[in-house]
Design a protein around this ligand. Sequence first.
Ligand SMILES: *[C@@H]1O[C@H](CO)[C@@H](O)[C@H](O)[C@H]1NC(C)=O
Ligand SMILES: *[C@@H]1O[C@H](CO)[C@@H](O)[C@H](O)[C@H]1NC(C)=O
Ligand SMILES: *[C@@H]1O[C@H](CO)[C@@H](O)[C@H](O)[C@H]1NC(C)=O
Ligand SMILES: *[C@@H]1O[C@H](CO)[C@@H](O)[C@H](O)[C@H]1NC(C)=O
Ligand SMILES: *[C@@H]1O[C@H](CO)[C@@H](O)[C@H](O)[C@H]1NC(C)=O
Ligand SMILES: *[C@@H]1O[C@H](CO)[C@@H](O)[C@H](O)[C@H]1NC(C)=O
Ligand SMILES: *[C@@H]1O[C@H](CO)[C@@H](O)[C@H](O)[C@H]1NC(C)=O
Ligand SMILES: *[C@@H]1O[C@H](CO)[C@@H](O)[C@H](O)[C@H]1NC(C)=O
Ligand SMILES: *[C@@H]1O[C@H](CO)[C@@H](O)[C@H](O)[C@H]1NC(C)=O
Ligand SMILES: *[C@@H]1O[C@H](CO)[C@@H](O)[C@H](O)[C@H]1NC(C)=O
Length: 724
Amino acid sequence: MLSLVTVPATVALLFLGGVDAFWRMNCGIIHTGRVDPLVNPGAVAAHAHTIVGGSNIGVNATFNTLLNSECTSCEIAADKSAYWTPILYYQYPNNTFLEVPHSGSVVYYLARGPNADKIIPYPKGFMILTGDKGARSYDNETMTWGNATYPGRPIADRISFVCLPDGPPLPEGRHMFNTTCANGMRAQIAFQSCWNGKELYKADNSHVAYLNDIDNGICPPDHPIQLPTLFIETLWAVAQVSGQTPQGRFVFSQGDPTGYGFHADFQNGWDSSVLAQAVRDCLVPDNFGQISYCPALQASQTNGYPFNCPERPSQIDEPVHGLLDHLPGCVEVTEGPEVAPASSMNCPASVPKPKIFSTKDSTPRPTAVPLPGQNFGLPQQKYLGCYNDSANSIRALNALQTTNYTAMTVEFCQNYCMQNGYRLSGLEYAQECHCDNQLNPTAISGSNQCTWNCGGTMTLGKGTQQFCGGLSVISIYNNTDPTFKETGDMSNTAGNAQPYQDAAPFASNYKGCYSDNQPAGRALTGAFTQTSYNMTLEYCANFCTQGNNGLGFQYYGLEFASQCWCGNAIANGNTLLTPTSSPNNYTCSQRCPRAGAEICGGPSVLSVYNNPRYVPPVNKKSIGKYQSKQCLLDPNSGGRTLQGASMTDPKLTEESCVKFCLGKRFHYAGMEYGTECYCGDTILRNIGGQQVTCDESRIMTCGGDNREYCGGPGFMSLYYSATL
Ligand SMILES: *[C@@H]1O[C@H](CO)[C@@H](O)[C@H](O)[C@H]1NC(C)=O
Ligand SMILES: *[C@@H]1O[C@H](CO)[C@@H](O)[C@H](O)[C@H]1NC(C)=O
Ligand SMILES: *[C@@H]1O[C@H](CO)[C@@H](O)[C@H](O)[C@H]1NC(C)=O
Ligand SMILES: *[C@@H]1O[C@H](CO)[C@@H](O)[C@H](O)[C@H]1NC(C)=O
Ligand SMILES: *[C@@H]1O[C@H](CO)[C@@H](O)[C@H](O)[C@H]1NC(C)=O
Ligand SMILES: *[C@@H]1O[C@H](CO)[C@@H](O)[C@H](O)[C@H]1NC(C)=O
Ligand SMILES: *[C@@H]1O[C@H](CO)[C@@H](O)[C@H](O)[C@H]1NC(C)=O
Ligand SMILES: *[C@@H]1O[C@H](CO)[C@@H](O)[C@H](O)[C@H]1NC(C)=O
Ligand SMILES: *[C@@H]1O[C@H](CO)[C@@H](O)[C@H](O)[C@H]1NC(C)=O
Ligand SMILES: *[C@@H]1O[C@H](CO)[C@@H](O)[C@H](O)[C@H]1NC(C)=O
């Protein structure tokens, strides 16, 4: 339902020349329905619109009521203006209409032409309509003002359409020339930039005129005052409409299957001083449209606009979303090419006349913002601060999470974590709640980005507004009640829980998060064990590095909260992952089942640790008169490759094995799997018996001496003496 509007491609410049400066902002939907306070003030409009901007938009909206909007669905909070365009539907052959997903609008404020330095801000109460809802064909005769130096241009050129297929973009058109657009279809429209200096609005829009070149040039003598050129791009996900057939078609809500009748309205709701500063300071060359280059606008920029200010219920009691059996208002579809008649509304008696719900002005509610160290929300809940956080790394709070936009408040999350046995609670992305008993020690506090309003306070519409983190930042609270019992993470251990350890992934011997299970094989190939209940760092360290089972590996790694892998090298092309090198795969974030604070890797990723006791073994050339013969493959089936004598000793060393074989009068001595010793005079080649370079990544140190190698899984360190 809620999606962040993607930043679009830059404006298509119809003409170059003059000063080329602008700012732009992204907008989500605030209102959908037959609302149009310019054309039909106080009444149900002829056709339905998608409106972006100030939340107080309604049939009676004015400059002052818009200014009084609680919020805006656009990126700059100081702009409570409303901008609207027709809704796009898909008309099926059975004459039903499906609303096409609207992917957001981008509003541009452009400074164009030789007089761009004389642009003034929009006056309070200013309104404009651009486009002609009745047009169904290209009008090449109605021109903008012009003279020999500044020639006019068909005003129909104010509209353009862009089709974004998977491949290279198609040239722009003046109508819906192609609707097979995998990445969306975009309608673009320019507004009149020239004002007569008198009326704020006239029903025929004669108070305004286009620049001679529409988005460039100069103003006509009878409309001498130049305003910023508004330009709106609206994107629809046309490819998401299922069941398209050659007999179906895309239709705008004013009954237009061509696109020539596309139009847009603007109702000014700017904070006048912010607009004045932005027009003065930010319509200068080379700002690339970025709000961050404009302090006046950046002061109220929010990256959370669709969450902070989601779509409001429609003021008109009439369905406009989803699949409809007629266009809102029963507008008839007219193909043209002649201009569509003004009243094409013709609802049968069976369709109830829609009511207008009254909306009352909602003054912005204050937002309560605790300072770190202050209590906030439920009793004894102390605000710790705003921390960086990301799904791509180990989260600040990592034990449990839930998402519920409509319910999310600070109290909801604090209660949820408390109920589940966690002291710490954190809110993120307006709608997520994360819990833990340990704060990730690498978490960074002090961000000022925790400014997204909680989904719950926005949708419940009551009480004080609160902040629920933001994009990749989390607002964290601590339940300081001394009687609170931390029980989270222990529920699956049948009361056999271990006390919390230090958050071990951040221990000094942590090597990092590595990929595993690449096509070439595993990262750590020395030894492996698993337990779905008892895996902890200590368990795996014990398995891979302790002398008493002989596995003296250099590294141990945990994966999938249940597996333990050992080895002396990261093998088979597996690599260190970082949140930036591998954003989708950096998922070393699974909890170890019995040790709440510890991380046990993730799916196909290993949390790798160094064995601090590991000493690189010395490769000996000889032991007494026995010479090293590299390694001997000894598969674990079909009998041993050396069958003269054998023993197993947890304290095995190379010397003790050679002595054992010499005592038994055998020419070959082989140490395998750290603790096993085999002797013989013949290498049984039909069983294994291939002499190979020792596999350093899998070779094990000897149970009795971690500076010596004693073979590995399925291979021996081999020694030979011709004389005994
Ligand atoms: C009309 O066609 C659409 C798309 O195939 C389908 O979803 C809808 O149920 C149909 N409606 C009627 C009334 O047949
Ligand atoms: C407009 O187009 C029509 C049809 O193509 C053409 O006959 C006419 O000359 C054009 N008018 C202008 C002013 O270009
Ligand atoms: C066109 O209009 C502009 C602005 O009024 C004026 O400066 C220019 O001299 C005019 N050009 C001609 C050829 O009349
Ligand atoms: C629309 O554009 C797509 C992508 O370029 C192309 O495959 C298709 O043939 C075009 N359709 C029409 C009707 O031109
Ligand atoms: C719009 O304003 C008119 C005139 O003041 C009033 O009668 C009407 O109730 C208002 N409508 C709404 C929905 O507020
Ligand atoms: C924390 O987040 C802010 C805002 O996203 C970012 O600018 C900063 O680089 C982050 N700091 C670290 C250390 O990741
Ligand atoms: C969100 O929370 C509300 C209120 O507790 C509950 O009614 C609703 O079912 C929850 N929604 C989801 C998806 O969990
Ligand atoms: C949370 O509060 C408890 C109890 O006062 C305290 O022991 C603990 O250190 C606090 N945790 C953090 C991360 O501040
Ligand atoms: C987990 O370890 C405990 C002893 O700490 C043992 O009793 C239990 O059998 C182990 N469970 C599994 C599934 O290995
Ligand atoms: C994630 O891992 C899979 C399998 O190893 C690989 O195919 C894919 O390219 C990786 N994706 C990223 C973003 O690294």
